[in-house]
Design a protein around this ligand. Structure first.
Ligand code: FAD
Length: 286
């Protein structure tokens, strides 16, 4: 579907750091295609435990040098304070002024000696060492983080990140708009007043979506998964249905007051651009 409305807000596009020269080259093209829509910023993911430290840094540096605002994702993983401090200083030197601060998930094979540091501790650490030099986004989970025992605990830990100094939050992706609106209501009742940007995952491939969703605790509603399943290998039908579903979701979110959106692009331009153009989005804030 295509809407006539023009929605405005903060819109951002997430990439992962490519592993190969071909991937780097492809991301340049994707970045330039997406840049034509004038997003608020790009962001680049980080493998907790430092597994992508250099690749995330070089991807961020290149995007910044090409003239765009960009936010590296960052987590302690198994790193010590000095190496995180050095990395933050390097980013500051590059003119980076926003960070997506996370606990992260350790890649398998890191061993039990590596321990994860809660995102609230990273936010506190950045504020202590850099004051307000960085705009800090944190993650939150309308369908509840998989490690959380209850929604109350999850929200209380989210509030900890806000109290530590987070400026805004980006959600895990979801396909049920009610989960987001209910989460906003609960957060507001706890006094959380920072903007909460829905994370949007375009649908392009059923197998990957299912695998990824079961790992990160995002639910693909039965009516969506059954329909996608029925298309088998017919990728065009999967994409067309996915575009319709996600456009509708975005429209509902923006009409309901979402302050913008963050797209998990998976380093592809076309799925995000199609949603963007269906919605007639306009970035107005950073
Ligand atoms: P936290 O906020 O630290 O929470 C982690 C869990 O611990 C939650 O269950 C929380 O309720 C609980 N908790 C928090 N504080 C406490 C406490 N004091 N005591 C007990 N329990 C506590 N992963 C990556 O590896 N790299 C990325 O680049 C990346 N980017 C992401 C971007 C976005 C927008 C989102 C939504 C997720 C991203 N992730 C990324 C995934 C994320 O790292 C995982 O979901 C991870 O498991 C949790 O990270 P967090 O920052 O939300 O953790």
């Amino acid at each position: 579907m295509t809407t006539d409305a023009v929605f405005s807000g903060r819109f951002s596009f997430e990439f992962f750091p490519p592993k190969t020269d071909k991937g780097v080259e492809k991301l340049r093209t994707v970045r330039e295609q997406l840049a034509t829509r004038n997003p608020g910023f790009f962001s680049v993911t980080y493998g907790a435990g430092g597994s992508t430290r250099e690749r995330t840094f070089s991807t961020v540096k290149e995007i910044k040098q090409a003239g765009y605002d960009v936010a590296p994702h960052l987590s302690f993983g198994g790193d010590d304070e000095n190496s995180v401090l050095n990395l933050l200083n390097d980013y500051k030197q590059q003119g980076i002024n926003r960070i997506v601060a996370l606990r992260g998930d350790l890649p398998s094979g890191m061993g039990p000696q590596a321990h994860l540091v809660y995102a609230s501790e990273l936010v506190t650490f950045i504020r202590k060492n850099f004051g307000d030099d960085f705009h800090l986004d944190v993650a939150c989970y309308p369908e509840i983080h998989p490690d959380s025992a209850t929604v109350e605990k999850d929200l209380a830990f989210f509030k900890q990140k806000v109290d530590a100094g987070a400026n805004s939050a980006i959600t895990q992706y979801f396909y049920n708009a009610d989960a987001y609106f209910y989460y906003l209501e609960r957060a507001q009742k706890l006094g959380i007043d920072i903007p909460i940007y829905p994370g949007i995952m375009p649908i392009t491939n059923f197998t990957n979506l299912q695998r990824f969703s079961s790992m990160c605790g995002a639910e693909v509603p039965r009516w969506i998964s059954r329909q996608l399943e029925s298309y088998g290998d017919d990728l065009e039908s999967i994409k067309a249905f996915g575009l319709e579903v996600v456009t509708d979701l975005c429209e509902t979110l923006l009409e309901g007051g979402a302050p913008g959106m963050h797209f998990y692009t998976m380093n592809q331009a076309e799925p995000t651009l199609s949603i963007w153009d269906n919605l007639g989005l306009e970035n107005v804030s950073s």
